[in-house]
Each structure stands twice: as structure tokens, then as C-alpha cells.
Design a protein around this ligand. Sequence first.
Ligand SMILES: *Cc1c(COP(=O)(O)O)cnc(C)c1O
Length: 380
Amino acid sequence: MKVYLDNNATTRTAPEVVGAMLPYFGEEYGNASSFHQFGQRAAKAMNEARQKVADLLGVTAEEIVFTGSGSESNNYFLKGVAARAGGGHLIVSAIEHPAVLRTARFLVKHGFELTELPVDGQGLVSPDDLQKAIRSDTILVSIILANNEIGTVQDIGALGVVCREAGVLFHTDAVQAVGKIPLNLRELPVDYLSASAHKLHGPKGVGAAYLRKGVKPPFNLIHGGHHERRRRASTENVPGIVAFGRAAELTPEDDYHRERIIRLRSKLEVGITQEISEVTILAREAERLPNTSNVLFHRLEGESIVMSLDFEGIAVSTGSACSSGSLEPSHVILALGFDHAQAQGSIRFSLSRYTTDEEIGYVLERLPVIIHRLRNISAL
Ligand SMILES: *Cc1c(COP(=O)(O)O)cnc(C)c1O
């Protein structure tokens, strides 16, 4: 049996999405900027896709810029705002995705100042802490909407209000949230937002940047032709954009699937806590993404669990990254207050609309055996 529970890394491209995209790799090869019919058909398809992505977010099509990825959208907002300001102070949370965290730290090397806000034991940023961190020279606040490792969903409304009141631009990396939880940007005090198609059953290599109408745009990251209303040069990735639109259109279906995914996750978590001792389910008290469960298996290293599960056909991931022969624990789990040793035993299970009851049953059959065996070895 093959069980894919690594949907926060990437998702299966939905068959409907593949179907929508294929013609644009074939006979519909026009450049969306061209005047002739080939180009106009591509432009029409792209504009329909833009509307679908806008509808999913509750915004207008003119507020959406397509990019090459979620990482690019994040880089665009941080570097583009920094370039426009020419100096100043940024605020991010301690649990950002590397595409925000490393970009912010890169800016520090180039003369900007940075505050990395701590989170509580559930991964939540406090609006009070944010308010205290904002300075007169703060140019941007960037806080991840839903964390990719532990699933914590921030109170983005409350954090945005703090920024609004202080007159500071507010960006959120919503790559994990879009398509998983309902979002209505008309009602959220967010200026800029990043999304990525491949986290919602679209293809890799296409992202979106939302810029609220009336808010100053960042400086461009990519200069060249007049694409994307002059916000991002590059002949548009028409197949990818059409696919993103189709993926966005399919996600309302996820409202229906959300309850089912939550039920499967509960089954997994209840099974794990019943069958395996010394485990901690991270961010369990917080509002979490419905599909995400991050479990610490104490006295073990995540890498060996990932390998053993892979051997059984089960795909999961660990927050720790193997760098120069030593395990570097996840900055997210450390930020929750766990020490290095504890943080190494973390395993992220991330489900999708394709996850089945049988698959979770299979995991619950194999996992306890693996953990028991690994603990016996490590006790030797
Ligand atoms: C995957 C991810 C990204 C990066 O998106 P890409 O399209 O893979 O570059 C950024 N932020 C979060 C929270 C993610 O999960």
C-alpha cells in the first residue's frame, strides 16, 4: 500500500487540473501578450484563471499578480517593500517559512533591522507583542497565516488590526491556508498575501501575490517586459496559471471534505496516543489546519521514523534537516519551547482530500510496531 501523508510539502495535482492544463502545453501555445488570436486565447484563459483565484480569496482579479512560486511571492513582498523604503525595520514571527525568514535575515545583512517575534507553546503570536515591537521606522510586518509544520492558524484579523492602527504594511504567507480554510480577504486587514498552486492540488512553479487595491505596491523583483500589469516581467506561465485557476475552482469542494479530513486526523491522533507512549501532539490546543498533525515521539529521531515508514510505503516528513552530518532541529518546534533532543523526534502527517480511512488504518497498524522497534534499538 502507498500512503501519501506529506501534503504540506506538496499535493497531488488533481486530475481535473492536469486536464485543464494540458491543451496549453500543446496546441494552445500562444503568448498572452501577443495581439493575434493565438495570444488572445491565452490571455483570455489567463484572465479567467485570475478571476478564479481572486474568487477563492474574496478579492478582485486586478489585485492578483501571478508569480513563479510561493517563495517568489514572499521574496517579492519582503525585498520589494525593503527596496522601496530604502531602510528601516521589519517584523516577522519566529515560525515563518524559510522563504520569509531567510529573506528577512538576508535584508539584515543589507542594513535593515529585524524583530523575530516569539510564539507561545501552541505557536501563536500575541497581538500585544506585535504592538510593542512596532517602531516608528517599521516598514513591514510579515506573519505566516497557517504554519506549514504544525498547522497553527494565527488570529490574522487581530494582528492585522494592530498593523492598521499603527499604519504599518501587513503581509501574510498564506501558502498553507489557501484552499484549506475559508479566507475572505475583503474582511481581513491584510495588505499583501502569498499563495502557491502546488499546495492546493495545482502544479509546482506557479504562485500568486495579492496586493490590496489602493496599497502601495512593492518595488518589482523581476524587471523586463510589461507583464502582470507591470508588476512582474516574464512571459506568463499560461499552463501553470490556467491550472492554478482550475485548482482554485475545485477547492470549494474542500469545504465538504474538511469535516472528513478532520475526522481522519482525529482517528490518526487518537490511534497514536492510544497505541504509543511518550508522544506529544503539537499545537493541539490551537486552531489548526484541518489536515495537519505534528507528533513528537520522545527519545527518537524523526529521520529514522521517516525512513522506516517509507519502507512500508508511507510518506511523511520530519521538521529536522540533516545538515553536515548532524540533525538540525526545526526552528518552529524549538520556538514552541522544546529542546533540541525533543524537537528531533517530530513527525508531520499532512492529509488531503485524497486520504482514505483505509490509509489511516494502515498507518495505525504499522506505526506502533516501528516506534516500538526503534525505541528498543535506541535503548540498547
Ligand atoms: C510551500 C510553502 C512556501 C513555498 O512555496 P513554493 O511555491 O514551494 O515556493 C512558502 N510558505 C509556506 C508556508 C509553504 O508551505
